[in-house]
Design a protein around this ligand. Structure first.
Ligand code: GDP
Length: 196
């Protein structure tokens, strides 16, 4: 699958507004500001496909990108932004849960975490959710350029150790949109999911 062919389809306020539940989807999740939009742009080699933002937590929409007639990438709303009211946080969680539980065409979940702040509660929940749904999970430790080699390898080891307790099919790797680090291995994993 050529990820560079990605194009925007729609922004859905909830799962009832998504395209018909056929074909295959891979969903992208992460705390707001984790670098999800940047990662999507890097993976698809489109600078402006997903909108990176300096005011995190503002968008609750589910963004849909198509790769071809069968395959889509789903940009789920960023979670965990401190400055939104609890009520709204709960609504977002509900929306994420609903998508993950109900979407039949979902083939895998990508969870982005800032390499400097990995495994917050909501991240662990999200990953556990994927495993519970028998979904392969790719964890991208983003902004890897922010840490020295030894430091980021240490984080990678720790996260691997921690997540091994969950069982399931979890791939964990370092990623940097700035440097392009991890792009090829991530694409290999995602392409594998789309071939199943
Ligand atoms: P999102 O809220 O998860 O979609 O995060 P964004 O992609 O909008 O990124 C949040 C902030 O992190 C922005 O200021 C980006 O420029 C920055 N950022 C994202 N990816 C990287 C990266 O790989 N390296 C560095 N140094 N900064 C990044």
């Amino acid at each position: 699958v050529d990820f560079r062919r990605a194009s925007f389809v729609t922004s859905a306020p909830d799962i009832t507004h998504l395209p018909e539940d056929v074909g295959m989807e891979i969903a992208f999740a992460g705390r707001s500001n984790a670098g999800k939009s940047s990662a999507l742009n890097t993976l698809t080699d489109h600078k402006g496909l997903a909108h990176t933002s300096k005011t995190p937590g503002r968008t609750q929409l589910i963004n849909v990108f198509r790769l071809d007639d069968e395959r889509r990438l789903i940009d789920l709303p960023g979670y965990g932004f401190a400055k939104v009211p609890l009520e709204m946080k709960l609504q977002w969680q509900e929306k994420l849960a609903q998508y993950l539980e109900e979407r039949q065409c979902l083939r895998g979940l990508v969870v982005m975490m800032d390499v400097r702040h990995p495994l917050k509660d909501l991240d662990s929940n999200m990953i556990a959710w994927g495993v519970a749904a028998e979904m392969p999970v790719l964890v991208l430790l983003t902004k890897a350029d922010k840490l020295k080699q030894a430091e980021k390898n240490k984080v990678l080891r720790k996260v691997k150790e921690n997540l091994s307790e969950l069982g399931g099919e979890i791939t964990i790797q370092l990623f940097s949109s700035l440097k392009g680090t991890g792009r090829e291995p991530a694409l290999r994993v995602l392409n594998g999911w789309f071939q199943r």
